[in-house]
Design a protein around this ligand. Structure first.
Ligand SMILES: *Cc1c(COP(=O)(O)O)cnc(C)c1O
Length: 400
């Protein structure tokens, strides 16, 4: 039998700690390995497969668009992409979209757009305020905005100004904006790889107020929180804001690479021919899947149903915390983006992840001891029940 782990070690750069399972296929909320073992997927490709695997609406869009054309140049009109941009702006802010292939590229586009805005309209303002432990991607511009030393310390840093603040401290935000002249405030509504740290709705609202007052740009990185993950199409909507710029990626392409930025009035016409571009994005195939994702979420009620499923999951996690008050601390996040703080050691947390994998459940561990759950919106109450039983008995074993 093929030893995939050995081949992976030989031929791929070790940029990730991989779980030792080779995936053969996925269906619904399950992945299957090459030996036929099934795994409940509470990981969803790190917040990508929001509708689980092989969703019929996505497969239909894949086949239909695949039969038409897979790629064209941006020098032609791209109907699936135009349709998707129309729907994304209709359901967020009025404005225009620039499509890319990934989250990091969305951040790069934002860096360039904000720089251009600052040069023309910024009145001396320049650079970004970002949150400590933020994650905005790993290309060089994005890594400058990513405030996790492990991600940036060994690499060159472009020299535009970046001001780091502690999340949810309004005083600190006021102080930076008074002392410096940032052009933009950039934040994930819930810091994802920073340990699933939600920004308070009041803090987000204060960011928006400061931007209005001082003429700065408000930018929401919805790359992980967007596309229904937290119960609304975008997470900022729960704070009733109107950002100037929204970054999206991950879930939007239904599993295919797709991302972009949605720019409101102040930014939407700044990029002119030659200012920015990409060969592949928007892939017509990714855009067709994007439209199918929105059909399922918005027209077929999956966003609403996902909210209900998430409530069930939250309720059961809170009950588990009542049973294990010494191990389980804060349960943070919203909707299907959940971080369960534990008092486990990093070794115990790693063992819990492996034990659950043995039991046929995939979860992520972030910041060493936080169980990160990114389930599909299609997760059923029965699947939640099964997961909770396995989690409970593995916790009991580790603690005994
Ligand atoms: C994943 C992520 C990114 C980077 O996206 P890639 O597609 O991996 O480049 C940026 N911002 C946030 C909030 C993310 O979660």
């Amino acid at each position: 039998m093929t030893d995939w782990l050995e081949l992976d070690r030989r031929y791929l750069m070790p940029t990730y700690h991989r779980l030792p399972i080779a995936i053969a296929r996925g269906k619904g909320n399950y992945l299957y390995d090459t030996e036929g073992k099934s795994y409940l997927d509470l990981f969803t490709g790190l917040a990508v497969n929001i509708l689980g695997h092989s969703h019929p609406a996505l497969l239909k869009a894949l086949h239909e668009q695949g039969d038409r054309f897979l790629h064209i140049s941006n020098k032609f009109l791209n109907p699936p992409a135009i349709r998707l941009a129309e729907r994304l702006t209709t359901h967020s802010i009025e404005g225009k979209v620039f499509f890319v292939n990934s989250g990091a590229e969305a951040t790069e586009a934002a860096v360039k757009l904000v720089h251009k805005w600052a040069g023309k309209h910024g009145d001396g303002k320049n650079g970004f305020v970002v949150m400590k432990k933020s994650f905005h991607g790993r290309t060089l511009g994005a890594v400058r905005l990513t405030r996790q030393p492990g991600v940036y310390q060994d690499f060159p840093q472009p020299d535009f100004p970046v001001y780091e603040v502690e999340p949810n401290r309004i005083e600190e935000l006021h102080q930076i904006c008074a002392e410096e002249k940032p052009a933009a405030l950039l934040a994930e509504p819930i810091l994802g790889s920073g340990g699933v740290q939600p920004l308070d709705l009041s803090y987000l609202q204060e960011m928006a107020r400061l931007c209005r007052e001082q003429g700065m740009l408000l930018i929401m990185d919805e790359i992980q929180t967007g596309v229904g993950r937290t119960g609304t199409l975008f997470a900022y909507q729960q704070a009733g804001l109107k950002p100037d710029l929204i970054l999206f990626a991950k879930g939007v392409g239904g599993g295919l690479p797709l991302g972009g930025i949605i720019a409101g009035d102040r930014l939407k016409d700044l990029f002119q021919p030659g200012d920015h571009g990409t060969t592949f994005a928007p892939s017509p195939l990714s855009a067709a899947l994007g439209n199918a994702v929105l059909d399922v979420l918005l027209d077929q009620g999956q966003l609403e149903q996902g909210r209900k499923n998430a409530q069930t999951l939250w309720q059961q996690l809170k009950e588990l915390r009542n049973r294990f008050p010494a191990v389980i601390g804060d349960i943070r996040g919203r909707g299907m983006m959940i971080g369960v703080d534990t008092t486990l050691t990093p070794e115990q947390a790693a063992k819990l992840q492996l034990d659950l994998t043995t039991d046929g459940v995939l979860v992520d561990i972030t910041q060493q001891t936080v169980i990160r759950l990114l389930p599909p919106l299609t997760l059923t109450p029965e699947e939640i029940e099964g997961f909770m039983q396995k989690l409970q008995s593995r916790l009991q074993q580790i603690l005994s």
